[in-house]
Design a protein around this ligand. Structure first.
Ligand SMILES: *Cc1c(COP(=O)(O)O)cnc(C)c1O
Length: 439
């Protein structure tokens, strides 16, 4: 139920004459976000010792705290130590322990940034960080280094630079509005940015990545939905990590978005002591599809500073994938990825299903452990591709502007590229060869 007894009591402590319409006003939540330990204690009646409080305050000096009253209302004060909402929202002094492998920018987003606000890593798509703020600061944020730094919404000039970059680079067909949380912008600002992007002819789709349906579902208003839907196709990705986050308020938000035709996806992060459990993950993905959200990615936790206590071994993710594939609807299964440190992008990881291979036979195993063989065709005419699509029998009907430039492994697989191996820049053996030749 929206605005139940507990929520009302909590809200009353913030503002005496609270009403349901105030509670459902997203700006009220932003205005009254909880930003210090003392207020948190007052509102939840959870009390820390002086020692605990001083450690927590030290933590928030480095990594600030911000929780929306709504998300706070989901915490169970009776068992907060084990509460997945609490752990995602409330500081932990372990954040200050820096581990020697930690990096402040593990994904090298800053190095892949050609202009401010843009991360351009993949050939045909970019991240456009149109907001530097969030309604809640997730403790597991991969951009933790930036949280609370410069709390601002970039001005029109900065946005314009980003839009110009996208419009000049005709290879960009997919623009991902990210942040911060892009839905921290006003409807008018979003309307402006989307309008500009929509007018760029090579931009085919726009994506919005927002955690509002989880931490502040009242942001998904009818007005917002009406604004966004003018710019279809827009894909909407959100970030549920635990079944407890799927409340009636967030279900309402998802319903509005799905009814307005946004394909919904979810990106979860695998977090120790929060959702590193096959049963929790299975329940989460099943609840998501029940609400028309397609689980998209399950991320291995990044190596950002202050996240050590959230990290699990990669094997935990593989174990979770093992318990999903075959055991539940295929479209409820996310792709488990490691976002490569240094900026290599997302790398999918799966349990091994390919057991062995001979010339004409592939040996596979299924989710039950049944080992099976698949016989490949004796005669398969592989078409040697010389990229002369006009003379080819396959009906590709390709837009001539869409040039194919093979990258990476694609080079080794293609017939029209002469590369036979990919060699690391600092290959010791080849460097020695060169040196020997020089002598
Ligand atoms: C994740 C990401 C994307 C989008 O990747 P998809 O696999 O297409 O969802 C684009 N750019 C950057 C920098 C990213 O980190």
């Amino acid at each position: 139920m929206i605005f139940d007894k507990e929520q009302r009591e909590l809200a009353k402590k913030i503002e005496e004459d609270i009403s349901i319409s105030k509670w459902k006003n997203w700006k009220w939540h932003i205005k009254h976000s909880i930003k210090d330990i003392e207020t948190f204690e007052k509102l939840t009646s959870i009390n820390f010792t002086d020692d605990e409080r001083s450690k927590l305050e030290k933590t928030t000096e480095k990594f600030p705290l911000s929780i929306t009253p709504y998300y706070l209302s989901l915490i169970n004060p009776g068992n907060y130590q084990n509460d997945p909402i609490f752990k995602q929202a409330f500081p932990d002094p372990r954040e200050l322990i820096t581990c020697k492998y930690d990096m402040s920018d593990p994904l090298a987003e800053d190095s892949d940034s050609p202009v401010e606000l843009i991360t351009h890593r993949y050939p045909d798509r970019v991240l456009f960080h149109i907001s530097n703020v969030c309604s809640m600061y997730c403790r597991h944020c991969t951009r933790k280094r930036k949280v609370g730094d410069v709390d601002y919404i970039p001005d029109r000039e900065k946005i314009k630079t980003g839009i110009e970059y996208i419009s000049k680079n005709t290879g960009i067909r997919d623009v991902l509005l990210s942040g911060g949380d892009p839905l921290m912008l006003s409807d008018e600002n979003l309307d402006h940015i989307l309008g500009e992007l929509k007018s760029i002819s090579h931009v085919e789709i726009i994506r919005i990545g927002s955690r509002m349906p989880i931490v502040l579902p009242y942001r998904i208003t009818d007005e917002l939905v009406e604004t966004l839907r003018k710019y279809h196709p827009i894909w909407f990705n959100t970030h549920f990590n635990h079944p407890r986050e799927i409340t009636s308020s967030s279900r309402n938000a998802l319903e509005k978005l799905a009814d307005a035709g946004f394909p919904l996806g979810n990106q979860s992060v695998l977090l120790a002591d929060v959702n590193d459990c096959p049963r929790i993950m299975k329940q989460l993905v099943q609840l998501l599809v029940k609400n028309r959200v397609r689980p998209y990615y399950l991320y291995q936790c990044d190596m950002s500073e202050g996240l050590e206590h959230f990290r699990t071994p990669v094997s935990k993710g593989i174990e979770i994938m093992e318990t999903l594939r075959g055991h539940t609807s295929g479209f409820a299964i996310p792709t488990f990825v490691v976002d490569a440190p240094g900026g290599g992008g997302k790398i999918p990881i799966n349990p091994n299903y390919l057991v062995s291979w001979s010339v004409n036979k592939v040996i596979l195993r299924n989710y039950e452990g049944v080992i099976t063989s698949y016989r490949e065709p004796d005669n398969y005419n592989n078409i040697c591709c010389d990229l002369k699509c006009a003379e080819c029998d396959l009906d590709l009907n390709i837009d001539p502007a869409q040039e194919i430039v093979p990258i990476g492994l694609e080079k080794l697989l293609s017939d029209h590229d002469e590369t036979i191996s990919l060699i690391p820049e600092d290959c010791y053996r080849l460097n020695r060869r060169e040196e020997d030749n020089e002598e």
